[in-house]
Write a protein that binds this ligand. Sequence first.
Ligand SMILES: C[S@@+](CC[C@H](N)C(=O)[O-])C[C@H]1O[C@@H](n2cnc3c(N)ncnc32)[C@H](O)[C@@H]1O
Length: 261
Amino acid sequence: MNIHESPLTSFELSPPRWSGDALSLRFEMREQGLTAVPAAGDAFGAITVDLGSASVERRVAQGRGGLLAKALLPSADQPMPLVWDVTAGLGRDAMTLARLGCEVVAFERHPFLGLLLLDGHRRALLRDDATGEAARRLTVRIEDASDALSRVAQETPVDDQARRPDAILIDPMFPEGKNKAAVKKEAVLLRMLVGEGARPHEDEALLKAALEAARWRVAVKRPLKAPKILDTPPPQATFKGKSVRVDRYACQGRSIPNSRS
Ligand SMILES: C[S@@+](CC[C@H](N)C(=O)[O-])C[C@H]1O[C@@H](n2cnc3c(N)ncnc32)[C@H](O)[C@@H]1O
């Protein structure tokens, strides 16, 4: 029996307390990497983190014209920022920013998702291409970013550019969609795993903590028509795509990144 067939590489998880539906999920070590699959089978979706996926490539191809780049990158003559992605999920945004040249620390608080991300990162590090090179600018941390944000805000001087992130990205869970049938199976499975829908109080607290921690700017991804997470301060700028927008907040009185020598 080879490792891909071994029953030892798959096991079941108990249903999450927030889901009305029983979720029986297995982890399998497949050819493409560690994969989370519902016990009911792949027809109900499967999650493997692929940091070299077509969706990352599409975002990278937009270069400085993409929403994240517009919100988070300085002008081309400035050094690239250190970005904390405090809601890493499947790591697509984190990897896009690393591919564009940022140093990125990606935080994921859900341990199962964190392990999938860590496995995706490990495979990306083995590659001898732009994905591998960018993976070396990326660090994955399986922890709740709120703790790291308050630690850095309390313990580190505002101008400590070695330890403070220059910029922070927040991509909270979207509110439950009206048209569930239109949501991709992978997204449904992701929601079942980490919990359904938006949590406004948590999002508000995370944004406040990020504004305290970042040296320069904070960007928040939202569904196009969703309300702002905070009424004040207002975003400094908003960048709109077809279905999402990115609100950018300035961290008052703080300078753009200097060279990290
Ligand atoms: C919408 S997904 C992010 C998708 C991600 N931007 C991507 O490109 O794949 C939100 C993720 O943030 C995680 N999350 C939410 N709050 C967090 C926190 N305080 N610290 C770390 N992770 C958090 C959730 O577990 C979930 O996996």
